[in-house]
Design a protein around this ligand. Sequence first.
Ligand SMILES: C=CC1=C(C)c2cc3[nH]c(cc4nc(cc5[nH]c(cc1n2)c(C)c5CCC(=O)O)C(CCC(=O)O)=C4C)c(C)c3C=C
Ligand SMILES: [Fe+2]
Length: 426
Amino acid sequence: MTVKRLSNTGEPSSLSRRRLLKGAAIGGSSLLVGKALAAPSAEPLSQAVTQTATQAISQEESSADSSHSIPFYGEHQAGITTPAQRDIYFIVLKLDNTDRQAVIELFKEWTRQAALLTQGNNIGPYSHNKFIPPADTGEADSLHAYNLSLTFGVSPSFLEKLGLQDKAPEAFKPLPHFPRDQLQDQYTGGDICIQACADDPQVAFHAIRQLVRHARTSMVSMLWAQNGFNAYNDVSHTPRNLFAFKDGTANALTLKDADKYIWVDDKSWMQGGSYMVVRRIQMHLETWDRTSYGEQENTFGRDKLSGAPMGQQHEFEPIDTTLKESNGAPVMPVDSHVHLAHRTGQQLLRRSYSYTGGINTLTSQYDAGLLFISFQKSPQQFITIQNSFGNTDKMNEYITHIGSGLFACFPGVKEGEYLGQALLEG
Ligand SMILES: C=CC1=C(C)c2cc3[nH]c(cc4nc(cc5[nH]c(cc1n2)c(C)c5CCC(=O)O)C(CCC(=O)O)=C4C)c(C)c3C=C
Ligand SMILES: [Fe+2]
């Protein structure tokens, strides 16, 4: 049974926190935030919410049950090695304003908002003035933080737009074309990505909505977005993708050596960050569902039920590609997905989410697939593995890559600093 965070009034504590914000603004006196918000104001939220109000919010945060909230500040951005939450809302934005100072202000404001949202707070208290829109859209009122993580990244085109291309590390260039790619413009390109993951879809969406709402008037426009889900009874279990195979097993090995595979260590503005590859991959479920059980297992090179590598018994047993059948054939097919990835000797951290989006009315088939997300120290890790799949991967018959992006996810933010500071000021 889920243990709910309760305050001593018997309410979830973030509910009381959100009420506190509202009460403070309406009642006015004790928390000193009412005064700041009393006047109708069209000024940016960053100015409308005073330092005092932020301090009042921080005090409340400190009593929060940390089992439901993930710290925003830290060495690395959360949402990379954090165990994948159940829900994602992922968005790609176009940068419309190339004035570097304006971008700095935006990233400062996003830092402020992200620090509040991830702790289950709204981005600002409600005003008693009913003639202006509320500071926060409000659909997460009554909801706690649900392990919300917000992860921010920028693409090579972001650097170019700001005249910072000289700062692009050697490997940070748009991904090459891969065999069988059928990328669509509507899911490709963009300058900024924000990954919101939470154990509740509305909390994830609410967070993106606040961040974008603030910025879209003059700074960014929305290019594409995708929500998705991961299903498990217990976060320690590997979730199954829509082909019903356990997906993410090998991450355990990658995580053991995170410094080698995940975190950038080049003393640049990316020190402590990680490169994110995102691919919107359509999965042809109807074709898959007509495929025999044995052929499904041959496609991945793993047992469907247990997730064990072919020739082994248990999910986390090591892969042994040298095992042979009595007739000399390899136990794990050489064109299986896992064999082709494994032979490269490369590893990356996969943090993917399934998506379903209704029916494609042209084909009368499900619009469903995988929002593949991987984090790696260098984009080359992804490129090497994807090229190894090439035209050979048995899974090719059942999937089509239709969206793509490469983003540099900044290192984590220290309190008092802001997202991307080393890039924008360095
Ligand atoms: C280039 C990177 C990868 C893409 C794109 C990709 C797509 C993709 N994968 C699955 C399902 C599974 N993948 C599994 C293992 C696996 N996949 C990659 C890389 C990409 N997958 C790697 C590096 C590995 C690990 C290989 C290893 O050394 O063990 C598995 C097996 C279980 C596991 O380890 O997670 C499954 C299942 C789908 C459905 C998909 C696109 C839709
Ligand atoms: Fe895979």
